[in-house]
Design a protein around this ligand. Structure first.
Ligand code: SAH
Ligand code: SF4
Ligand code: F3S
Length: 447
């Protein structure tokens, strides 16, 4: 059997995929392989893919197609993992004849055994059969970042929004035992990590599938807040319907819990929301936002929006536009609807022409850019707590994020700042990044 020495992995899609990559890296490093960042230096290549929109899939297909046409790479083992593996399964072998294995999202625990199989049989191997019963986060992640870590708390999604592939590519919701999460976070804190982002397609569903644990999402947050050394806790993503008063009070009361909530509206019209199966109306959504802003006045909100959903009219789009204008999110991810195979919306005619979708998207982007510009202006002169996570390789500045998820850079010669909380006074900005200077520091000299 040929010995594998070096592997290359490329990640597409969301934070859960990034974490899955770290979990796969953990297994490969344990097997004795070394991670390389140059695909030409690797004898194993893994593409951890995303299926959320057509463009995401086309990017991966293009990349792997290009790679496998180069004869050099034909001697390497190539695997496709992630959501496309689940959405396309064995058909990937037809579309990409040079790939060696396809491994499903809930099969990443089988990575090493699949590699053994590929190497002994020399046959294309498909492993997408996991029953989604067990949470696989007992695997140990190998992380590049030394300050911030992703920690999965629940996998899968039971919401079945009509446009979305995730319930099919990630399976049903399975929560991870609270003790495991607390232990992993304690370990991370003892290794010097200062921030964890709790991941799930819908973190607010945490614990509902395991009533006997008696630990819902907000209960978990109270437990994590007690961990010595863990300065910040974030979470991604939350479904608006499940954002509870207890959670809002947690954001207000827990020191570690950051005042940033990703609160995706998706559309501003109740009729469209109903067709999307978002299970809230515009009014219910706005009520939740008002309640959150009342309980946590300094909260920052993030959102995802889809334009051009089947049957969306100009007036209904206008409702989305108005919501974006009124709510003033500090982060907005804006998308044109992309019909996905296997979803209920695929059965409806994709009747908003592409140019109209693009034009609506453009209008939203322009509006959000104006809002971003106003928000940057408002931040000038503000003193913000920054968790410093690295030194920029190009500009040599220290970089970090505020509690509300804004990027900040500042000049300081001392790398001891990395992994510490610092107070930075903002004096200008560069695109989306705020630029400031250190104003007080328990451990660093002011310059
Ligand atoms: N679990 C998260 C989001 C996962 S996907 C949540 O529910 O918030 C991230 C975003 O991609 C979604 O919020 C949605 O805005 C967008 N998206 C999902 N399916 C899409 C599709 N078929 N076309 C366009 N955008 C889509
Ligand atoms: Fe997709 Fe909806 Fe689940 Fe989010 S909540 S992952 S948009 S089905
Ligand atoms: Fe993409 Fe799968 Fe994440 S479809 S967005 S990688 S859950």
């Amino acid at each position: 059997m040929k010995d594998l020495k070096k592997f290359f992995v490329k990640t597409y899609g969301c934070q859960m995929n990034e974490l899955d990559t770290e979990l796969m890296v953990g297994q490969l490093v344990k097997r004795g392989l070394e991670r390389v960042y140059d695909e030409n230096a690797a004898d194993l290549l893994i593409f951890n893919t995303c299926s959320i929109r057509d463009l995401a899939e086309r990017k991966v297909m293009g990349k792997i197609g290009q790679l496998t046409r180069s004869s050099k790479k034909r001697n390497s083992i190539i695997g496709v993992t992630g959501c496309m593996a689940m959405a396309k399964k064995e058909s990937l072998f037809r579309k990409l004849p040079h790939i060696d294995f396809v491994l499903g999202t809930n099969n990443i625990t089988d990575l090493n055994s699949v590699l053994d199989e590929v190497m002994t049989t020399n046959k294309q191997t498909l492993r997408t059969d996991s029953q989604f019963e067990e949470n696989l986060d007992y695997l140990v992640a190998k992380r590049d970042d030394k300050v911030k870590a992703y920690v999965s708390i629940i996998r899968g999604c039971d919401k079945f929004c009509t446009y979305c592939v995730v319930p099919y590519t990630r399976g049903q919701e399975v929560s991870r035992p609270p003790e495991d999460i607390v232990n992993e976070c304690k370990k991370l804190a003892s290794e010097g990590y200062k921030e964890v982002t709790l991941l799930g397609q819908n973190v607010n569903s945490y614990g509902k599938d395991q009533k006997e644990w008696n630990c819902l999402f907000h209960d978990l947050l109270y437990r994590l807040d007690k961990i010595e050394g863990l300065e910040r806790v974030r979470f991604m993503t939350s479904h608006p319907i499940d954002i509870t008063r207890e959670l809002m009070e947690g954001i207000r009361d827990l020191d570690s819990l950051c005042e940033f909530v990703h609160f995706p509206i998706q559309a501003g019209s109740s009729r469209v929301l109903k067709k999307m199966h978002r299970i809230y109306t515009k009014e219910q959504y706005l009520e939740k936002v008002a309640m959150l802003k009342e309980i946590v006045p300094n909260v920052s909100l993030g959102t995802d929006i889809i334009v051009g959903f089947p049957t969306e009219t100009e007036e209904e789009f206008q409702e989305t536009y108005d919501a974006l204008k009124d709510i003033r999110y500090s982060v907005a991810f804006l998308f044109a609807y992309s019909a996905r195979k296997g979803t209920p919306a695929m059965r409806w005619k994709d009747d908003v022409p592409e140019e109209i979708k693009q034009e609506r998207l453009q209008r939203l982007m322009e509006l959000q850019d104006t809002i971003y510009a106003e928000q940057r202006q408002e931040l000038l002169g503000a003193e913000m707590e920054v968790l410093v996570d690295k030194r920029g390789s190009r500009d040599g500045k220290l970089k970090g994020r505020t509690r509300c998820w804004k990027n900040v850079v500042f000049e300081h010669p001392d790398d001891a700042a990395i992994g510490t909380l610092q107070t930075v006074k903002i004096h200008s900005y560069n695109h989306q990044t705020m630029v400031g200077e250190l104003i007080k520091s328990p451990e660093l000299a002011l310059i």
